[in-house]
Design a protein. Structure first.
Length: 178
């Protein structure tokens, strides 16, 4: 016999996954159709972190930024987190900033224990439909964007990248002095 709480959790997770997929598939056409993100200015955002403080991309100008769209239920997202943790620890003092943009519907109540469990040492913010639309290249998760010191998109990818490829890109961008 299936316990009701397990069934309820499964149903909530299934609903959350479905909603994220709908937003990603149907809500992300504006910038992608115009191909504006291929090499232009990264769209600014003002998103709340897990403490309720606002993080703005504009305030990170001068740093190399790795934006990572993820969800707690996403297996590949979970797989790449240890690499992000290591990169952030190694290159934060040299100007790297990693920002995880969560697409989880449950918000901070789900994310706080997740951050603890995975030892995430970089800022996590709560994603919105607007930021998903603004970053029209988000057609699946995980999706990551590299942003150079001048605030321009230097590249983006869907899926998990090996740590050595991430580090190579980070080092290339850090070596450029804006």
């Amino acid at each position: 016999m299936i316990h009701f709480a397990i069934l309820h959790t499964y149903a909530r997770t299934l609903l959350a996954c479905t909603l994220v997929i709908i937003v990603l598939v149907f809500g992300c056409t504006s910038k992608a159709e115009k191909n504006e993100l291929a090499s232009g200015r990264a769209p600014d955002f003002a998103l709340k972190n897990l403490k309720g403080n606002t993080i703005r991309l504009e305030n990170l100008r001068g740093k190399v930024v790795l934006l990572n769209f993820f969800a707690t239920w996403c297996g590949p997202c979970r797989q790449e987190i240890p690499d992000f943790v290591r990169l952030y620890k190694k290159y934060k003092d040299q100007g790297l900033e990693i920002v995880g943009i969560s697409l989880d519907m449950e918000g901070a109540s789900l994310l706080i224990p997740f951050v603890r469990q995975f030892g995430i040492n970089y800022p996590i913010v709560l994603g919105t439909r607007n930021v998903v639309e603004d970053y029209g290249g988000v057609t699946g998760i995980p999706t990551s964007f590299f942003i150079d010191r001048n605030g321009n998109v230097a590249g983006h990818f869907i899926g998990v990248r090996p740590a050595r490829m991430l580090e190579k890109t980070v080092l290339e961008l850090l070596s450029k002095k804006g």
